[in-house]
Design a protein around this ligand. Sequence first.
Ligand SMILES: CC(C)(COP(=O)(O)OP(=O)(O)OC[C@H]1O[C@@H](n2cnc3c(N)ncnc32)[C@H](O)[C@@H]1OP(=O)(O)O)[C@@H](O)C(=O)NCCC(=O)NCCS
Length: 173
Amino acid sequence: MKSSPQRPNLPAERPSPGRSVSASRTEMIEVVLPQDANPLGYILGGRVMHLIDIAGAIAMHRHCHSPAVTASVDHVDFRNPIRVGELIILESQVNRAFHTSAEVGVEVFSENYLNGERKHTTSAFLTFVAIDENRQPRPVPPLLVKTAEERRRYREAGERRKVRLAAGAKRRR
Ligand SMILES: CC(C)(COP(=O)(O)OP(=O)(O)OC[C@H]1O[C@@H](n2cnc3c(N)ncnc32)[C@H](O)[C@@H]1OP(=O)(O)O)[C@@H](O)C(=O)NCCC(=O)NCCS
């Protein structure tokens, strides 16, 4: 493959026509172990946030085929505890690509493998920024949305971005 004169070790940049949501979709599963839990036997919130960041980053990397950093995490609610011995399941996908950033949605579920009971415990929205070899933001491929659900997520991600950026600007004032 031809290399770029400015980036001799990397392949030449080609504009991407875009990637589907399914290209970024990721499922991560772990069993909750005692070292991840509080004295009540529930997984620690910090451990869940760590896993959310990883599941989100994998979806971002699958979409943009580039290193990326976490720019922000919207608020996270913990609706149901996940107990030691249960499975924690994280599903992530890119909801919308902007210019150098993209919003990734992560949903977290618990599953009791003895009876198959599955509960939704947490939802989170993260913004990742793709970065180049100089650690500067670089453009991400467009997201191709096909289904009604993907279009809904895409539209809502645009609304959340407005709120997020306005809140960021307010904090910096
Ligand atoms: C995220 C980071 C790359 C942004 O760099 P920057 O010089 O501020 O870049 P810009 O202002 O040009 O913004 C780049 C993109 O990030 C978005 N962005 C920046 N800060 C953001 C925030 N707090 N929330 C959401 N999006 C944000 C911008 O909207 C822009 O998106 P767009 O190109 O799609 O419109 C930089 O702040 C950084 O490196 N932060 C540290 C990241 C980190 O260490 N994360 C934890 C470990 S991975």
